[in-house]
Design a protein around this ligand. Structure first.
Ligand SMILES: [Zn+2]
Ligand SMILES: [Zn+2]
Length: 254
């Protein structure tokens, strides 16, 4: 046994499962679920991008993305860990499609961190995950947004409400649809099971990725109709899109 092996065994004894980074699996000495290399990777992925101030998606310059330049969404603010590319994309895919559920702890830990300064000035009463259609959840065995919301509720010490917002219809993926089609595609898909539970509440809506913003917009709309006061959104990743300025000058992607 080399001294490195011995060190690993000792770490295992001291920390147990906590001795691993939940995102990349590296051994770590910190008593938190994310390693410094994963943190550095995230900072690198975010560098050089601006964020749309309304939907949180990443743009190259300016303040608004092309969609929010046309119509503002109904939620207040969006926090994400980074753009959907590189290591973040790869880790998110392992989390969603390859059953690596423990990744939820690391992502939620970082999400709680990004929300910290915001939460000193805003109250959040309930954490609600973007729901999945029951049949889809049955075949995947879990809803990744639900796992994130559960961990986040634990870190932020805010109640989780995972059976208030329901997905009552299955709909095709949003990614390949144009804006009008995306809005039609999510219309009538979500339902609030109990308006009393959200009335006058400040809600933190949790999703794994904001691809187009239509899904969270529709969820926020339904919660607002049901009487919720404020909707904030947090997600692991957000898509990269054209900015309003780019489309104004017609130099953005078609
Ligand atoms: Zn790591
Ligand atoms: Zn936007």
């Amino acid at each position: 046994m080399t001294w490195q092996d011995l060190w690993k065994v000792l770490l295992d004894l001291v920390y147990g499962h906590d001795g691993y980074c939940t995102l990349c699996g590296r051994k770590i000495r910190e008593k938190e679920p994310v390693c410094s290399i994963c943190r550095r990777n995230l900072a690198y992925l975010r560098a050089g991008y601006e964020k749309c101030t309304l939907c949180g998606r990443f743009i190259l310059h300016g303040k608004l993305c092309v969609d929010c330049g046309e119509a503002a969404p109904v939620f207040l603010a969006v926090r994400t860990l980074g753009p959907y590319r590189g290591e973040l994309k790869e880790t998110l895919q392992r989390f969603k499609y390859r059953g690596q559920r423990s990744i939820a702890a690391g992502f939620a830990y970082l999400m709680a961190e990004t929300l910290q300064s915001y939460l000193t000035q805003h109250r959040v009463d309930l954490i609600i995950p973007v729901p999945m259609y029951w049949r889809k959840q049955q075949s995947r065995n879990y809803n990744q947004a639900n796992l994130l919301a559960r961990e986040l509720a634990h870190y932020l010490k805010v109640p989780l409400a995972d059976s208030i917002l329901l997905k009552v219809k299955d709909n095709p993926s949003q990614t390949k649809l144009a804006k009008e089609q995306r809005m039609a595609n999510v219309s009538g898909v979500f339902r609030v099971a109990s308006s009393g539970a959200v009335k006058d509440k400040n809600i933190l809506l949790v999703d794994d990725i904001i691809t187009t913003g239509s899904t969270i917009s529709e969820c926020a709309k339904m919660l607002t109709f049901a009487g919720a006061k404020e909707i904030n959104v947090v997600s692991v990743a957000a898509g990269i899109t054209a900015s309003k300025e780019e489309s104004d000058f017609d130099i953005g992607p078609a």
